[in-house]
Every structure is written in structure tokens, then in C-alpha cells.
Design a protein around this ligand. Structure first.
Ligand SMILES: *Cc1c(COP(=O)(O)O)cnc(C)c1O
Length: 435
């Protein structure tokens, strides 16, 4: 059961999200429903901004929009003066639709198509993060065809990977992303880009992992990148304006997760960077970070309605809800843990332990195993916490179930920002087969 400082209630004792009663949200918009507390999203941006400001360093916070990408979300990022990462023509299109300034867009991906690169160039995105030699060549062709110029960064695989509490430090990282340092690929890419008159190399990028709960991996990452900068400064008299250190800051899913404040990551990253810059006699570059999960994860809630229940003597009961892997695949995909509570009485003492089952035709579609719950009945609304990252953005139409609506709640007001899909939507791309 989540401690009561991780959720809010109203006078009736109901769960509230952004000051709105969760039961009213479920009634008004139906379930399954994805609800964001917009205030929490803004607070995450502001926590990072304050931490950087305190360090007196140039910075950018580039929201990794794959965590949750919709027009309304891009609007909020823009209101908070953030940048964004996009990884596809679709995300880029959505951001442009939202009126997001293209100069603050970074275009990522390990297999961008020529059409996507053309779209990025024609819309003047701020920076393309180059991932591989094929892409350098494609981009050169696109720039020549369009007589354009663009800013780029090189994605480096620094040989550091971090997962929650562990990190690996290897000379070579076995990853599908980026240019390897040890084999000389990074240097070769650097020389190719420097030789191009139509690309300006503004910085180096690396990303070491996700749901990271300590700072060691980031400090190692800074060190690896600064060693590379030192080498290129000596050899080529090049120093990047920007070090983009990627995302990965961890959030609290359950009581097991001991999270660090976002400001702690920033403080330790910048301190390490300054020390190394001084030691190596290099300029202190601007620091960019790319948080995804830590911006939207805790701000998101999934509301479900309980339906069937299966009790077998001697076994743990299954309580089934009206959503599951179609709107949140993380438990099925990588055994992700979550907490959930009864929306009408989140503080009620648990009286049993159940498996919270999804509605999809897969035995693995269990949203939460061994969930302590008070007595529940069909029709009760369950709220799963911290589902804001990689939930809706990974949603599918498996079993031809329409994807849920998304609501933004802030200061007691709720607004639907993505409508629920309909059955008509599901067949809208189908065509009859003419024999
Ligand atoms: C996924 C990704 C991020 C965001 O990671 P989070 O764990 O959601 O913060 C940032 N940068 C890159 C390059 C990514 O691939």
C-alpha cells in the first residue's frame, strides 16, 4: 500500500488527481482512463531548472517525448520553456502541430529514414543527433539536395551502462546506439562531420540507461566524455559547446525504490564536470539532459474499473479490470512493479492480497501481482500510480480494444486531451478484400 504522502484525497476521502475527484473522472470520461496531474509535470521541470540555475551553468532540459507524446504534453513542455527529443516523423509531426518551436527540437534515433531526415531539415529542427555512418551519409545527401545547413551532435557510446543500482563500465559498449569510442568510430564520425560544410557539430551526446537511482553512472559518463573532449581538443583543437548527457533519472514506482531528488543528479553531474574541466584545462560546456520518465512518470495515474473476480480455494484471487497490457505493457514486458489503491478509500486497510489481472488474452497480462487491497466489488475504481511514462505511449490495440482517453487535471479542473478511441477508429484503416 502506498504511503499517504504519495496521493491526495478530498473531504469524502476519495483519491484526487490534480485536485479532481478520481471517481468523478472515471464517471465522466469512463475507464480505463489515463490522468495526468499537470502540476506534478511542471514541478519536475522547475526542480531541474532550479538545480541548474543554482550551479550557474548553461543548460537545456530536453524532454524525451517517447515517454508520453501528445499535443497537450508538448504544449506544457513549451510553457515550461523546455526542449524536446523526438525519435520519429510522427513525434516531430505531433510537436509541430502543437506549435512547438522547431529550434528546440532534437531529433534522435538509430535508423532515421531519408524522409524523416528531410522532414527534420525542412522544418529546421534545432539539432539532429547523429547515430551512425549510414545516417551521416543520408543527411549529407539531404542537405545537398535542399541546399540546407543543420546543427548536429554525435551520439557516443561511452562504455558505461547504468541500471537502477548497478552500472557497468566497459571499454566498448555492446549497443545498437551511437558511435563507439575505443574502436575509433567516434573519431571517424567526428572527422566526417567536421569535413562537412553543411553540418555544424555543436556537441556530444550519450545516454547510459533508464530508471537510474544513483549518480555513479552519470559521473563516469561525464568522465568518459571529457576524456574524449580532451583528446579532440589536443588533436583537433575542438571543444563542444554542449555535452548532452541523456536521461534516465529514476522515479518511485513502489516503496522499494529509493529515489534521489532530480537536483542531486544535476549537482553531482555539474560538480564532476567542473572538476574535470579544470583538471584537463578545458572549457565548461553547457549541459543538456533528456529526462523522460522523471518528468511524466509520477504525474500519471491509470484508472480502471473492477469486473470479474476468480477465487480458487488455496490460491490467490484474481481481480480483473477493464484495461491491462493494451494500455500499459510494462508489467508484461519487463515485470515492472506498481502500486495501486482503491479510489473511493485509498487509506482503507488491506484485507486480502490479490493478483490484479488485465482483460487481455495473455496469461502474462497481470498488472500487479500480490496486491494488498481492502474488500472490493465489481464497479469499484482502482487507481494505479506512477503510470505516466511508457504507458499510454506504448499502448496498442491488441484484442482490438480501443485505446483509453487521456485527461489533464490541474488546480481542480479536468480536460480531455486525447479522446477515447472508438470501434469505428479501429476499423478506419481496414479495407475490404476484393477477390
Ligand atoms: C529514452 C531516452 C531518454 C529518456 O530516458 P528516461 O529514462 O525516460 O529518462 C533520453 N535520451 C535518450 C537518447 C533516450 O533514448
Amino acid at each position: 500500500m502506498p504511503a499517504d504522502d504519495y496521493y491526495e484525497t478530498n473531504d469524502q476521502g476519495h483519491l484526487t488527481i490534480g485536485g479532481v475527484d478520481a471517481l468523478d473522472l472515471a464517471r465522466e470520461y469512463g475507464t480505463p482512463l489515463v490522468v495526468y496531474d499537470v502540476t506534478q509535470i511542471r514541478q519536475q521541470f522547475r526542480a531541474l531548472q532550479q538545480a541548474f540555475t543554482k550551479q550557474h551553468i548553461d543548460y537545456a532540459i530536453s524532454y524525451a517525448s517517447k515517454a508520453f507524446a501528445t499535443i497537450a504534453m508538448y504544449q506544457v513542455v513549451n510553457q515550461e520553456h523546455g526542449h524536446i527529443d523526438v525519435v520519429s516523423g510522427g513525434e516531430l509531426f505531433t510537436a509541430l502541430k502543437a506549435g512547438f518551436p522547431s529550434s528546440k527540437i532534437s531529433f534522435h534515433g538509430n535508423n532515421k529514414t531519408r524522409a524523416e531526415l528531410l522532414m527534420a531539415v525542412q522544418n529546421h529542427v534545432g539539432v539532429i543527433i547523429l547515430d551512425n555512418f549510414h545516417e551521416i551519409k543520408l543527411l549529407e545527401e539531404v542537405l545537398a539536395d535542399t541546399k540546407s545547413h543543420i546543427q548536429v551532435m554525435l551520439r557516443i557510446t561511452p562504455g558505461v551502462t547504468a541500471h537502477t543500482h548497478e552500472y557497468d563500465q566497459t571499454g566498448q559498449e555492446d549497443s545498437k546506439f551511437g558511435f563507439d569510442v575505443k574502436s575509433g568510430q567516434a573519431e571517424q564520425a567526428f572527422l566526417q562531420v567536421q569535413a562537412s560544410e553543411q553540418m555544424t557539430l555543436i556537441g556530444l551526446h550519450a545516454h547510459i540507461g533508464s530508471q537510474i537511482l544513483e549518480t555513479t553512472g552519470f559521473k563516469l559518463e561525464v568522465k568518459k566524455l571529457m576524456l574524449l573532449v580532451r583528446e579532440w581538443a589536443k588533436k583537433y583543437d575542438y571543444q563542444p559547446q554542449i555535452l548532452n548527457l541523456g536521461g534516465g533519472f529514476g522515479i518511485r514506482y513502489t516503496a522499494q525504490d529509493q529515489v534521489l531528488a532530480l537536483g542531486t543528479f544535476v549537482e553531482q553531474i555539474v560538480t564532476t564536470l567542473r572538476q574535470l574541466a579544470e583538471e584537463y584545462q578545458l572549457k565548461v560546456p553547457a549541459v543538456w539532459v533528456e529526462p523522460g520518465r522523471s518528468i511524466v512518470g509520477s504525474a500519471g495515474y491509470s484508472l480502471y474499473t473492477i469486473g470479474a473476480r476468480k477465487d480458487v480455494p488455496g490460491l490467490m484471487p484474481y481481480v480483473a479490470v477493464d484495461g491491462g497490457m493494451g494500455d500499459n505493457i510494462r508489467p508484461a514486458l519487463y515485470q515492472a512493479d506498481y502500486e495501486a489503491l482503491l479510489a473511493r478509500d485509498p487509506a482503507a486497510q488491506p484485507s486480502e492480497t490479490v493478483h490484479l489481472a488485465g482483460r487481455y488474452c495473455e496469461s502474462g497480462d497481470l498488472l500487479i501481482k500480490k496486491l494488498p487491497l481492502p474488500a472490493t466489488k465489481a464497479g469499484d475504481v482502482i487507481a494505479m500510480l506512477a503510470t505516466g511514462a511508457y504507458g499510454y505511449s506504448m499502448a496498442s490495440n491488441y484484442n482490438r480494444v480501443p485505446r483509453p482517453a487521456v485527461v489533464f487535471a490541474e488546480n481542480g479542473h479536468a480536460q480531455e486531451v486525447v479522446t477515447r478511441e472508438t470501434n469505428e477508429d479501429l476499423v478506419s484503416h481496414d479495407r475490404f478484400y476484393q477477390e
